[in-house]
Design a protein around this ligand. Structure first.
Ligand SMILES: Cc1cc2nc3c(=O)[nH]c(=O)nc-3n(C[C@H](O)[C@H](O)[C@H](O)COP(=O)(O)OP(=O)(O)OC[C@H]3O[C@@H](n4cnc5c(N)ncnc54)[C@H](O)[C@@H]3O)c2cc1C
Length: 411
């Protein structure tokens, strides 16, 4: 009998699930990807047409397959340490999915170009804004990140251009050349935005509470052995500080992060989020040397300024031509997106630990209902699982999850 699997969200995570399902399926499978964008695999991260927006993970870390680490490197004909333009990664995932659907006669793939607005159960059904109803035996939620968190004061800004989300297609083009621009946030999004805008003669200031820029990927020494257990986030921090090469230590820690996170108590996790998250983010989410060199040059020429301070005050101090929110995604807002709201109203999902994403069973990714049980064939992948797994938003983790999910739903 043909199985119907519906993937809601066709960004990198949704397409990686489709790739692993298509590679594994030995029974007839009808695969539907519900995604409003014209092209699959782009999502927020890989839709930028700007070739200076590079992957922030070396090519060797971006293969679709854990066991074939150089698959992307071979496809892109680059060196394992190269940082490739992000839009090329979407090309890679699309071409891999297309190749697999051609070679596996069991799989029929359909892209429903629409947004899901509701998911109902018995039977499982994904309903879209445009009136499609997709019946499914299994639903995979791959909705990606929410838009950035918007503080109250941000809604009252009166600059000629105020952007809530720089990754909305075409958003940066609404800013005139030569503008004086303020970015709220100084992480990787700020760096991308600053490099794009300075090429058009803009002067860009970034402000954040700590004024930290992301660290730079450096060549790493041999990876150290990671202890089998840490009894607290402080113990992790102590271990990282004791290593001579913190970048190698972070890389060594990465495959164990989800297990370590789950071994902490809820108060320990909350304490990490409150006190250590900022430090974790700037060390963990690094930029390439090439991008860092361009940024340093722009700073040296006075085109980019980085401030530590209160963004609201800085926004009020000067007549900015444009203000852009470059802070991270609002993890708590994901539950308010239409398909999740509909599931929550029926009691089929609940908000995730620490208000992040939705609650899921750690091993399977199956969503938990309001009582904590997981009786339905509804799974989540990617940023939706951040409260459960912490480290789950980048490709090295997403591809492993996609592979496990495919094996589970096809078993
Ligand atoms: C700017 C940026 C750069 C990044 N660079 C890297 C990198 O270099 N390397 C790395 O490993 N990670 C990177 N990341 C991390 C990134 O989160 C993941 O790599 C990846 O994009 C996550 O894929 P996703 O499919 O979960 O999310 P997304 O790519 O955001 O895709 C989610 C998709 O769901 C769709 N969707 C949303 N709501 C609905 C709905 N109601 N119905 C139907 N479809 C819907 C959206 O249209 C979107 O296409 C980056 C993230 C960002 C934001």
């Amino acid at each position: 009998m043909r199985r119907n699997i519906s993937i809601v969200g066709g960004g990198a995570a949704g397409v990686l699930v489709a790739i692993h399902l298509t590679r594994t399926a030995s029974v007839p499978l009808h695969l539907t990807i519900v995604e409003p964008r014209e092209r699959l695999a782009e999502g927020v991260a890989y839709s930028t047409p700007d070739s200076e927006h590079l992957l922030n993970v070396p090519a060797a870390g971006m293969s679709a397959y854990v066991e074939d680490a150089l698959h992307f490197v071979k496809w892109a004909e680059c060196s394992p340490q190269d940082f490739i333009p992000r839009h090329r990664y979407a090309d890679y995932l699309r071409s891999e999915l297309q190749r697999l659907t051609h070679v596996n006669p069991h799989v029929a793939l359909q892209h429903v170009r629409d947004s899901a607005h509701a998911i109902s159960t018995s039977p499982l059904r994904v309903s879209t804004v445009g009136g499609h109803d997709v019946l499914a035996d299994v639903v995979v939620l791959a909705l990606g990140n929410a838009a950035p968190f918007k503080p109250d004061w941000y809604s009252h800004l009166t600059a000629p251009v105020v952007l809530d989300d720089p990754w909305v297609p075409g958003a940066l083009e609404t800013i005139p050349d030569q503008s004086k621009v303020l970015c709220v946030g100084t992480g990787l999004t700020f760096v991308d935005v600053a490099l794009s805008l300075t090429r058009r003669g803009c002067r860009v200031t970034g402000v954040s509470r700590h004024g930290f820029l992301p660290h730079i990927h450096a060549a790493q020494s041999t990876l150290p052995l990671v202890p089998t257990e840490f009894d607290s986030p402080t113990a992790v921090s102590r271990w990282l500080r004791s290593q001579s090469d913190w970048q190698a230590a972070l890389t060594a820690l990465r495959p164990h992060t989800q297990v370590i996170w789950q071994s902490f108590s809820a108060p320990q996790q909350a304490s990490f989020l409150r006190h250590a998250r900022r430090y974790w983010d700037v060390h963990r989410h690094r930029m390439s040397q090439n991008v860092a060199d361009k940024l340093q040059l722009a700073i040296h020429r006075g085109l980019v300024t980085v401030l530590r301070g209160d963004a609201q005050r800085v926004a009020a101090q000067s007549p900015w031509d444009a203000i852009i929110l470059c802070t991270g995604p609002d993890d708590a807002a994901l539950i308010n997106t239409a398909p999740l709201r509909s599931l929550a109203s029926q009691g089929h999902v609940r908000i995730g630990p620490h208000g992040k994403g939705i609650d899921t069973v750690p091993d399977s990714g199956c969503v938990r209902n309001r009582d904590g049980a997981a009786p339905l064939d509804i799974y989540a992948i990617g940023p939706l699982r951040q409260g459960t797994l912490w480290e789950c938003t980048a490709i090295p983790e997403i591809r492993s999850e996609a592979q496990r999910l495919a094996s589970r739903v096809l078993a």
